[in-house]
Design a protein around this ligand. Structure first.
Ligand SMILES: CC(C)(COP(=O)(O)OP(=O)(O)OC[C@H]1O[C@@H](n2cnc3c(N)ncnc32)[C@H](O)[C@@H]1OP(=O)(O)O)[C@@H](O)C(=O)NCCC(=O)NCCS
Length: 190
């Protein structure tokens, strides 16, 4: 098993083809998908032929950026995933942070724990100059994770989302932390 990162309670590892069922289950929960698709599940075929191959394609390019399965260390349970990678066409040293966890795992601080560790790795090992994250303005839990991970509000904006989601009239928000801001606040694992 290739471990990308360990925190006190989580292991972030590479995805494998054996993760299909867990990904299907994750994306089948309307509560998980609420701020992503409006609650619609991702079809299994799309996960098999699109999402998982896209996740795994990062590993051929080395282990700098990518999508990582989040495993609860103590039990070995699949909790969901994190991503840390630049968006297509954006600077290589400005990765976007993202996360999607099973409902059973919410409220235990896992998203914050994984995010903080990824941000620390981004600035100390991976050469990031800026880490950012985006979510819907109405998605308070995700914004709280961003704040607790040390990201700061940058802007509100309206994105061209392919589906209509309740609350999208309020637009989206971007949070970010630059290398210099991170260094100024002690350059440590927050
Ligand atoms: C968003 C998500 C990753 C948060 O994961 P998590 O592990 O529960 O996050 P944490 O426990 O680290 O922190 C959540 C924080 O949000 C707060 N929170 C949760 N629901 C909230 C709400 N409706 N309003 C305001 N704050 C809320 C929690 O109280 C906690 O803050 P606190 O520690 O100050 O009390 C998780 O809910 C998830 O995976 N959702 C589905 C996928 C998704 O929406 N991903 C993000 C897309 S941008």
């Amino acid at each position: 098993m290739f471990v990308y990162l360990e925190t006190s309670r989580l292991v972030l590892r590479r995805f494998t083809v054996d993760d299909v069922d867990d990904l299907v289950a994750l994306d089948s929960d309307p509560a998980v998908m609420r701020y992503i698709t409006g609650g619609t599940a991702t079809p299994r075929q799309e996960i098999e032929t699109d999402h998982l191959p896209a996740f795994m394609s990062y590993y051929d390019q080395g282990d700098r950026w990518g999508f990582w399965a989040a495993i609860e260390k103590q039990t070995g349970t699949f909790l969901g995933w994190f991503h840390l990678r630049p968006h297509d066409g954006e600077p290589e040293d400005e990765p976007e942070l993202g996360y999607r966890l099973k409902r059973e795992a919410w409220g235990a601080g896992y998203a914050t724990e994984g995010s903080r560790a990824l941000i620390f790795k981004a600035f100390t090992e991976l050469g990031a100059k800026r880490v950012y994250a985006e979510t819907m303005a109405v998605h308070a839990a995700s914004q709280r994770v961003m704040e607790k991970a040390g990201l700061r509000f940058v802007r509100s904006f309206v994105s061209d989302w392919p589906v209509r989601i309740e609350g999208d009239e309020d637009g989206d928000v971007e949070y970010a932390l630059t290398l210099s801001q991170w260094a100024a606040q002690g350059g440590r694992d927050l």
